[in-house]
Design a protein around this ligand. Structure first.
Ligand code: PLP
Length: 377
């Protein structure tokens, strides 16, 4: 059996090596390392794929979120509601901009921000909601957009983990994750569903004015050379990364399908287990793209399972082990423990199994057998 990895970047690279290598060599040959034609071409191709009017590439997914908030003109003291159960980058940029992060609980089945908790957290200072499409599954965008409209709030989707996922609206229409809110951010970190070979990110929006503002923000606040109209940042996707992404974007749907196939096999093996809850899916309308395959392990067995898997040479991850509201950097006297029952429980129960495009049946069977042997003993 091939060695099991949490993410098998090498296995995936080996299959596209010739294409990737020649695309990188072409960039080297042109020496157009920054703002080269590859970046522009990738931007257009991603706009088409997502059916979104504007993609603005930038240096990473954390910058992308920060830049979206800067572009929307959020001001110190404005409150931004986001999920307690997510990667810290989401809340970090809110705090960095001296906005006030307001963390709220998530849903026990999807792990995504709970619309009811959003409603309760809204105050006259609230300006934006940042739903995170966690682990590859879209948040409840019908409810979130409705709340935003009612209270005149911006919605910024943190789409770092769900690129390529569809969202099915109640009215039957479908949009790509990241094409729904006023703006969205994504990350091309190597292990993401669409990963480059270094750092990269992008902001998406359908709003022409916002896109124009953001194009200046990413470039030192310049709209005309050496005229700095706003305080901006320097955040660029480089041409080598764009070349890698152009090679991988046409394969994204197949990559996500491979993840879905692996997830299906895992969930089949784990169904009807009293100590295991498999990832929630929306039945036949499911569009989860499994950035992570995350189980809930009940009855206090999670930590033992981590140890057992490690002993058997199977990598796994705890995303995320500590609620953000309990992190030293993000403590706030407004938070009460009883407001976070779901997150407080999830941090004790979740475990993410190896998930990538190169998992084979032998590996999946070994992983599922090893998990079942432990949880049933
Ligand atoms: C990866 C990630 C980010 C940050 O992306 P970087 O490119 O690493 O800066 C932000 N939010 C979420 C939910 C992520 O998973």
């Amino acid at each position: 059996m091939r060695k099991i990895q949490m993410v098998d970047l090498k296995g995936q690279y080996d299959k596209i090596k010739d294409q990737v290598n020649s695309s990188i060599l072409e960039v080297l040959d042109t020496t157009a390392f920054i703002n080269g034609p590859e970046v522009h071409a990738f931007q257009k191709e991603l706009e088409e794929y997502l059916e979104v009017k504007h993609v603005i590439p930038c240096a990473n997914g954390t910058d992308a979120l920060q830049i979206a908030m800067m572009g929307l003109g959020l001001k110190p003291g404005d409150e931004v509601i986001t999920a307690d159960f997510t990667f810290a980058a989401t809340v970090e940029v809110i705090a960095l901009l001296q906005l006030t992060p307001v963390l709220v609980d998530v849903e026990p089945d999807t792990f995504n921000i709970d619309p009811e908790a959003i409603k309760k957290a809204i105050t006259p200072k609230t300006k934006a909601i940042v739903p995170v499409h966690l682990f590859g599954q879209t948040a409840n965008m019908d409810a979130i957009m409705e709340i935003a409209e009612e209270h005149d709030l911006f919605v910024i989707e943190d789409n770092a983990q769900a690129i390529g996922a569809n969202y099915n609206f109640k009215n039957g229409s479908t949009k790509k994750a990241g094409a729904i809110g006023h703006a969205a951010s994504t990350s091309f970190f190597p292990s993401k569903n669409l990963g480059c070979y270094g750092d990269g990110g992008a902001i998406f929006t359908n709003d022409d004015d916002l896109a124009h503002t953001i194009r200046g923000v990413v470039n030192h606040g310049m709209y005309e050379r050496y005229h700095h109209d706003v305080v901006g940042v320097n955040s660029r996707l480089d041409s080598v990364q764009a070349a890698v992404l152009r090679t991988k974007l046409p394969k994204l749907d197949d990559y996500n399908k491979a993840r879905q196939e692996a997830a299906k096999k895992y969930s089949e093996a784990f169904k009807d287990q009293e100590n295991i809850v498999v990832p929630y899916t929306h039945g036949s309308k499911d569009t989860h793209v499994y950035h992570q395959y995350t189980l809930k392990i009940l009855n206090g067995k999670r930590d033992g399972l981590v140890k057992h898997l490690n002993e058997k040479g199977i990598p796994c991850g705890i995303y995320y082990p500590i609620p953000l509201h309990s992190q030293k950097a993000y403590k706030d006297s407004r938070y009460r423990e009883e407001d976070f029952p779901v997150t407080n429980q999830l941090v004790k129960e979740v475990i993410s199994l190896p998930m990538h495009t190169e998992l084979d049946d032998e590996q999946i069977a070994f992983i599922t057998d090893t998990v079942l042997n432990f949880v049933n003993q």
